[in-house]
Design a protein around this ligand. Structure first.
Ligand code: PLP
Length: 468
């Protein structure tokens, strides 16, 4: 699997320079501004090559984003051609062709009356836009108190102040400030962690009742939006119980609460469709946020698709001069939108169909890892899955193994040719959608070896007694 790496001297220089000058996302205080993470030097198809010359399957597709794979010629050409044709124009005063064309195509794919797009620079800014739009709309409609946002434990929505305030994963808020007074968090809809002795159907009823009671407690006149990833991604690929999203949508409609579907991960083919809300879950949100796969990671772009009905309400309001004072220098970026068009051509031209065809195989092969004693559950949908490790199968306790397990599996897999994305004790798999069945076999076989090696290692070190 050796391809072409850097010399030892170049690797040392890379690490030294990174430690001296680079701050990467989510650092810990003890290492901030003084760490060097594993270098990646190139990518091709589903593979990346690391700084040591090892070719690895890109298990997480970067950060759930490299949907059409690495080294995609048509996208590379679009980047060049659009940069030469028009590299930038001010969205304040002008509009460009790619953004207008892309908006029409996205509107055709989006459910219901989601006919307009506000473009951003990524997922956090897309969520921020949706939330600020909700606040603005309720101000214009004379409902200044209707601003609270209902989110869920386990969710991830971004790293800007308001979007990050919605996050509900362990440790997200330990050392960070947030606009907590605006946010209500409901129970994570994770069937694997439902209360003992409760059926999945009864668990779903409990979740919906919790939302209904929350609306009663706070008052619908104070709640502006409910936001949900159709499948929680960074929270560990949580597929909610059947009917959950539909019933939450119905409560939102009943109480005039905006349903924001955060499709930053689930859109653009991850679940086999351009948007998953309607096609996979049968719901029509009021706003859909997207990013990542919209350009397959070749250009930073995101956006919020907004319902025509909402825009019409604003146009009909008594405040024609009320300004939505929100915009980004790079909103509607011509290069980003042109890349997204080519990306969409590729998805529509066969990759969506391939993802739909291969998804059951991908899920079934990964599911076979459940025979390993360290594995508590393998779950997922489409081309996103999570292997959750547990201390023991009786209690399904994730905590005793905590931090080490995912990292250990990742280290073994990297030696064998697979990048894993460890999330504490979970390994998330979301490869490029172009992955073939033999490549899926390869991915699963390496993951199996990596988990087995980790089991052996933990047993040797006396840290785990899970082997029956
Ligand atoms: N929303 C979801 C569901 C995400 O998974 C992410 C990122 O992982 C975001 C929003 C934030 O996107 P970005 O990192 O592009 O700002």
């Amino acid at each position: 699997r050796k391809v072409k790496g850097l010399s030892q001297q170049a690797r040392d220089a890379f690490a030294e320079s990174a430690r001296a000058h680079l701050i990467q996302p989510w650092p810990v205080a003890g290492e901030i501004g003084a760490e060097s993470r594993g270098g990646i030097v190139s990518g091709n198809g589903i593979y990346v090559t690391d700084i040591e010359g090892r070719r690895q399957i890109d298990g997480p597709a970067g950060m759930w984003c490299t949907n059409v794979g690495h080294g995609c010629e048509p996208i590379a050409r679009t980047l060049y051609e659009q940069a030469m044709a028009l590299s930038y124009n001010s969205p304040w005063y002008t509009a460009n062709d790619p953004s207008v064309r892309l908006s029409e195509r996205l509107a055709n794919h989006a459910p219901g009356d989601l006919n307009h797009v506000f473009y951003t620079t990524g997922g956090s800014s897309a969520v921020e836009t949706a939330l600020r739009f909700m606040q603005f709309a309720n101000n214009v409609l004379g409902r200044a108190d209707k601003k609270m946002i209902v989110a869920r434990q386990g969710a991830y929505h971004g790293s800007t102040y308001l979007s990050a305030s919605l996050n509900g994963r362990p440790r997200d808020h330990d050392w960070m400030d947030s606009a907590g007074e605006l946010v209500i968090k409901l129970t994570c809809p994770n069937p694997f962690r439902r209360p003992a002795g409760v059926s999945v159907e009864a668990f779903c009823d409990m979740l919906v009742d919790e939302f209904r009671n929350t609306i009663e407690t706070y008052g619908a006149e104070r709640i502006g939006a409910f936001i949900a990833e159709p499948i929680m991604a960074s929270g560990g690929v949580i597929v909610p119980p059947e009917g959950y999203l539909d019933r939450m949508r119905a409560l939102c409609t009943e109480h005039d609460i905006l349903f924001i579907a955060d499709e930053v991960v689930t859109a653009f083919g991850r679940l086999g469709h351009v948007f998953a809300s309607k096609e996979v879950f049968g719901i029509e949100p009021d706003i859909i946020t997207f990013a990542k796969g919209v350009t397959s990671g070749y250009f930073p772009l995101g956006g919020a698709m907004i319902s025509s009905r909402l825009l019409e309400r604003l146009r009909q309001s008594n405040h024609a001069d009320a300004m939505f004072a929100h915009g980004l220098t790079y909103s509607s970026h011509p290069i980003g939108c042109a890349v997204a068009e080519t990306n969409l051509d590729l998805l529509e031209g066969g990759i969506l169909a391939q993802a739909r065809a291969n998804a059951p195989y991908f899920q079934a092969q990964l599911k076979s890892l459940e025979d390993l004693p360290l594995v508590g559950e393998v779950r997922g949908l489409g081309l996103m899955a999570c292997v959750e490790c547990v201390a023991d199968r009786e209690s399904n306790n994730p905590l005793a193994l905590d931090l080490e397990v995912g990292k250990r599996i990742d280290a073994h897999c990297q030696q064998l040719g697979l990048l894993v994305r460890p999330l504490i004790h979970m390994c998330v798999m979301s490869p490029p959608l172009t992955i073939s069945r033999p490549q899926i076999d390869d991915l699963v076989s390496i993951l199996r070896q990596g988990i087995s090696l980790t089991q052996d290692e933990l047993t040797r070190e006396g840290l785990w007694k899970g082997c029956p």
